[in-house]
Design a protein around this ligand. Sequence first.
Ligand code: F42
Length: 145
Amino acid sequence: MAEYIPSPRDWVREQVELYESSGGTQGTTLRDTGLPVIIVTNTGNKTGGIRKTPLMRVKVGANYVLVGSQGGAPNNPVWVYNLRANPEVEIRDGTVVQSMRVREIASDTERAPLWDAAVAAYPPYADYQKKTSRKIPVFIAEPRR
Ligand code: F42
């Protein structure tokens, strides 16, 4: 069994701990925005350890859109490299946990409606894209069957 390696960021680690220890009934929103958050369990591409990354909840049908915005920082968050290396993830949305597979969206045609759904769910994503010259990575997570 791989070892869980908590986030070095206090607020992120604490959100994951509350969310998971409550079985998805507490700590499920972003700070004072009240907007829902999911937990994406992914595998470290260097350590092989278990990483737990809270992201905004962007649901499109049965799928989730994962946005590597990191507040419009100049670099991609490192979980992006984890997902590229190992697309098998587990997603917790409140009390529901599902095994899912992610796929990075390369084509602009496929990306546009997913990006719009992301901005509708969490409007600051639009400002984050303006703040950075990198194109913010977008993944879709689909149920594994
Ligand atoms: N981040 C987003 O990008 N988008 C969101 O929608 C979002 C929402 C959100 C909501 C609530 C919340 O609490 C946090 C939220 N965040 C959101 C922040 C998000 O959870 C991440 O903290 C942020 O995106 C930064 O991700 P990161 O993977 O770069 O995290 C850093 C701080 C980190 O954990 N670094 C570790 C470290 O030790 O420095 C390494 C983690 C790791 O995965 N290492 C890999 C390994 O092998 O284990 C190696 C990775 C490599 O290639 O170097």
